[in-house]
Design a protein around this ligand. Structure first.
Ligand SMILES: C[S@@+](CC[C@H](N)C(=O)[O-])C[C@H]1O[C@@H](n2cnc3c(N)ncnc32)[C@H](O)[C@@H]1O
Length: 282
């Protein structure tokens, strides 16, 4: 019995001493805050405070990342399921959403081993710098900054004076005024054929139409479009298919040239539906 009491006293003393340590630590922080040059906190106190701070900041960072990831997926889904003019109004109401979308998009792209924009930039740099380029859905306008050519950059929001804010189905470009029209992962709206019609309007005869799109949107086995149907419809619009590059795991590349002779009669083109590209939670 005596033994048990002694042990319990010991435990109490031990408990008190542990409590004292905590007290010391908090006092140490207070003292440190008032007079850092006088008080040097013990390494144990400093490291446990740092650990708590870093744990809570990493928790906060995780929560922030989850929230912005959720916002990104919501905006992304909106852009793939509405028309271009609806998307324009959506960002007009809250232009800050554009930056949220683009930081999420950059995060997603950082996992892609090859960026389609880089392939298009290389293609342009391998051709004449005198070619005039229109970048439809330019994002942060990296393409314009990476080539010597004159580039007209269009997107729904302009955070840069070189970018023209508009719905790309209706650009301020003149008829037959550009040599290359680029759509890099930007055929997002449900009315994407209107974007291609606009490209056809502004391209010179013999001009290039370069399209990079997410592979899953063209996987007929998973509800995507048949790439052959897409090529057929684009050719019916007034283009010749020159190269189809399906070698990349993440995206397809289509290189078309505008035909010299365009159909004069209005005709209905049957376009395949392009499946929205919805990102999973990581
Ligand atoms: C997936 S991002 C790609 C951005 C850029 N081309 C790149 O490769 O980094 C698609 C871009 O197309 C823009 N976009 C989508 N629909 C548009 C429309 N109707 N008019 C103008 N821009 C549009 C979006 O705002 C977005 O910036």
């Amino acid at each position: 019995m005596e033994d048990v009491q002694r042990r319990s006293k010991k435990r109490k003393r031990g408990g008190r001493s542990r409590g004292k340590k905590k007290e010391d630590c908090s006092r140490a922080v207070a003292a440190d805050a008032k007079s850092p040059s006088v008080y040097v906190p013990s390494s144990t106190c400093a490291s446990s405070t740092a650990k708590i701070a870093s744990k809570s900041s990493s928790f906060l960072d995780k929560m922030k990342a989850k929230l912005s990831g959720g916002y990104f997926r919501m905006i992304n889904e909106k852009l793939y399921t509405c028309s271009g003019d609806e998307a324009l109004n959506y960002f007009k109401e809250d232009p800050a959403l554009f930056n949220v979308y683009h930081s999420g998009y950059q995060e997603q792209m950082s996992h892609w081993p090859v960026q389609p924009n880089d392939i298009i930039i290389k293609w342009i740099n391998d051709h004449s710098p005198s070619l005039v380029v229109a970048d439809f859905g330019c994002g942060d306008a990296r393409l314009a900054r990476s080539v010597k050519n004159k580039v007209f950059s269009f997107d729904l929001v302009s955070n840069d004076p070189s970018v023209i804010a508009c719905d790309m189905s209706n650009t301020p470009l003149d008829i037959s005024s550009v040599d290359v029209a680029v759509f890099c992962l930007s055929l997002m709206g449900t009315n994407f054929p209107n974007y291609l019609q606009e490209a056809n309007r502004v391209l010179k005869h013999g001009g290039w139409l370069l399209i990079a799109e997410v592979k899953s949107r063209f996987d007929p086995n998973k509800g995507g479009a048949d790439p052959k149907e897409f090529v057929k419809s684009t050719c019916a619009l007034g283009f010749t298919s020159v190269i189809q590059d399906f070698s990349n795991k993440m995206f397809l590349l289509f290189y078309f040239q505008k035909k010299e002779k365009q159909r004069t009669k209005e005709h209905q083109i049957k376009w395949p539906e392009l499946k929205p590209c919805l990102y999973k939670r990581r």
